[in-house]
Write a protein that binds this ligand. Structure first.
Ligand code: NAP
Length: 415
C-alpha cells in the first residue's frame, strides 16, 4: 500500500496555498468559426464543408425551454484550425446551472455559428475525434482523440472547429474508451486535486488516515473513493437513502466494491448514533479524519465538519442541497479547522500543465483497471435526433436518484 502513496512527479509543486478558494470569475467560450448557416436538414457537403448540429441556447432558462438544435456547416480547416467530430460528452450539473444562468461562468452569446440570435453551445467537457487539420497544425492528425483545454467552449455539438491551441491530444488512446476520455477532465480532476492539494497526508501512516465526503454517489464522489483506495486513504462516504432498504444496501455495496471503507446514508448520519459509528470506524479517533469533501451543504455539511480531527480541512465544491454551510464557531476556534472552496475551471486555467498531467495520471489508472467508469445513461445522438429529445435528456440532469450520469454519444458519422 505504501507505494501507492508515493506521489508521482505530477504531484510535485501541486500543493496550492490555503488560498485555493473558489474564485468566481467569468470564463470565456469560443464557438467554432468559419461556419455557414444551413438551409435543408441534411444537404450534401460541397467544397469541403462538414455538416454540423449544435445544442444551443440564446437566453437563460430551463434546458427543455431554451435549448434548440442548430444546423450549420463548418468549412475546411485553415492554418492551425482543426475540425472535430463528437465522440462522447457528459451532462454535468454545472452545465445545467450554466444554461439556467445561475453559474458564475457564462459563455458569451455569439453568432459565429449563424444562429438567428447570439447563442452559446451547451456542455463543458467531452471527447472528440480529429477529422481534418489545417496546414499549420503541428501536433494533431486525423484520427487523434482530443479534449478541450478549457471549460466553456461548448461540447454538445456533432462537429466543431477549434484552434489546435485549444485542444489536448490524448497521447495514447489504446485501452481507453471515449466515455473515459470524455468524462476525465472535470470530476476525476476535481476529486484528485482536492485530495492532493488540501491535506498534508502522513504517508508513513498509509491506511490509518481518513477522508469523509457527502455526495459519494456522484461522479466526483466515486472518483474520490477510488483515489482513496489507491493512495491508502480510508473513505467514509455519505449517500442519500434510496426508496427501499434493498436499494440502499445495493448502493452501499456498489461503492464498497469501488473501494469505499464505510458508506452511511444521510439519514443515518443525521439521526443519532453517527458519532459512535465514526468512533468505532476510526478506532476511537486514533485514525484521524483529516479531510472532508462537501458538495451538498446544509446540515449534511455541518455533520461532516464535526467529524474532522483538529487542524483538518473541509473543501466545498458543490451545493446540491442549495442550503448554506453553517459552522459551529468552536470548530474554527478550538479545532482550528480550515474551510476552503475549489473550482476546477478556475484552477485549470491557472494550472494548465498540472491539469494535463493530472488527466494523464487518471487515464493511466484507467488503462490499468485501477479507475472504473461511472454508471451512465447513454443518450445516442445521430443525424435524426430531435432537439427536444436531446434537451429533455439535459433537463433530467439535476433530477437526483439517477441510475447513471447522462452522456451524449454521437453515432452519426460525417456528412
Ligand atoms: N467545484 C468544482 O470544480 C466542481 C467540479 C465538478 C463537480 N462539481 C459539483 O459537484 C457536484 C457533483 O457533481 P457530479 O458531476 O459529480 O454529479 P453527478 O454525478 O451528476 O451526481 C449528482 C450527485 O448529487 C447528489 N445530489 C443531488 N441532489 C442532492 C441533494 N439535494 N442533496 C444531496 N445530494 C444531492 C446526487 O445524489 P443521489 O445519487 O442520491 O441522487 C448525486 O450523487 C455538483 O454540485 C457539481 O456542480 C464541482
Amino acid at each position: 500500500m505504501l507505494s501507492h502513496r508515493v506521489f508521482q512527479a505530477v504531484a510535485h509543486g501541486a500543493r496550492q496555498s490555503g488560498s485555493a478558494r473558489a474564485a468566481l470569475l467569468a470564463g470565456k467560450a469560443q464557438c467554432a468559426s468559419s461556419t455557414l448557416p444551413m438551409q435543408g436538414r441534411r444537404s450534401i457537403s460541397v467544397y469541403g464543408y462538414t455538416q454540423a448540429k449544435a445544442l444551443v441556447y440564446s437566453k437563460y432558462g430551463e434546458p427543455k425551454d431554451v435549448l434548440s438544435l442548430h444546423k450549420h456547416s463548418i468549412s475546411a480547416p485553415h492554418g492551425s484550425q482543426v475540425n472535430l467530430r463528437l465522440l462522447t460528452a457528459p451532462m454535468n450539473p454545472a452545465d445545467v446551472n450554466q444554461i439556467q444562468g445561475v453559474y458564475p461562468s457564462k459563455p458569451p452569446f455569439l453568432q459565429t455559428l449563424g444562429t438567428a440570435e447570439p447563442s452559446a453551445v451547451g456542455g463543458n467537457e467531452g471527447a472528440f475525434e480529429v477529422i481534418s487539420t489545417g496546414g499549420n497544425v503541428k501536433n494533431l492528425s486525423k484520427g487523434d482523440w482530443v479534449i478541450m483545454k478549457k471549460t466553456g467552449q461548448g461540447t454538445w455539438r456533432t462537429h466543431a472547429q477549434l484552434d489546435e491551441s485549444q485542444l489536448i491530444r490524448i497521447e495514447n488512446k489504446e485501452g481507453l474508451t471515449p466515455l473515459q476520455i470524455g468524462t476525465v477532465s472535470v470530476n476525476p480532476v476535481t476529486a484528485y486535486r482536492m485530495m492532493r492539494d488540501f491535506c498534508q497526508w502522513d504517508w508513513m501512516r498509509a491506511g490509518e488516515e481518513w477522508m469523509i465526503q457527502n455526495g459519494a454517489n456522484s461522479g466526483v464522489g466515486r472518483a474520490a473513493i477510488q483515489f482513496g483506495r489507491e493512495w491508502g486513504i480510508k473513505t467514509l462516504n455519505i449517500v442519500r437513502q434510496r426508496k427501499t432498504p434493498e436499494e440502499t444496501e445495493a448502493l452501499k455495496q456498489e461503492l464498497k466494491e469501488l473501494g469505499a471503507n464505510v458508506v452511511v446514508t444521510e439519514e443515518e448520519m443525521l439521526n443519532g448514533g453517527f458519532r459512535d459509528m465514526v468512533k468505532e470506524a476510526t478506532r476511537g479517533g486514533r485514525e484521524p479524519i483529516r479531510l472532508a469533501l462537501n458538495c451538498v451543504g446544509g446540515k449534511n455539511a455541518t455533520a461532516l465538519a464535526k467529524t474532522l480531527a483538529p487542524d483538518s480541512h473541509m473543501v466545498t465544491y458543490g451545493a446540491m442541497s442549495k442550503q448554506p454551510v453553517a459552522l459551529p464557531s468552536g470548530l474554527l476556534i478550538f479545532k482550528n479547522l480550515a474551510f476552503d472552496g475549489f473550482w476546477v475551471s478556475k484552477w485549470g486555467d491557472k494550472n494548465p500543465e498540472l491539469k494535463e498531467n493530472t488527466i494523464k495520471d487518471v487515464l493511466q489508472m484507467t488503462r490499468t483497471g485501477k479507475f472504473k467508469d461511472i454508471p451512465v445513461d447513454d443518450v445516442k445522438w445521430n443525424w435524426k435526433s430531435e432537439g427536444e429529445e436531446l434537451a429533455e435528456s439535459v433537463q433530467g440532469t439535476l433530477g437526483g436518484y439517477r441510475s447513471g450520469k447522462g452522456v451524449f454519444t454521437f453515432t452519426g458519422g460525417d456528412e
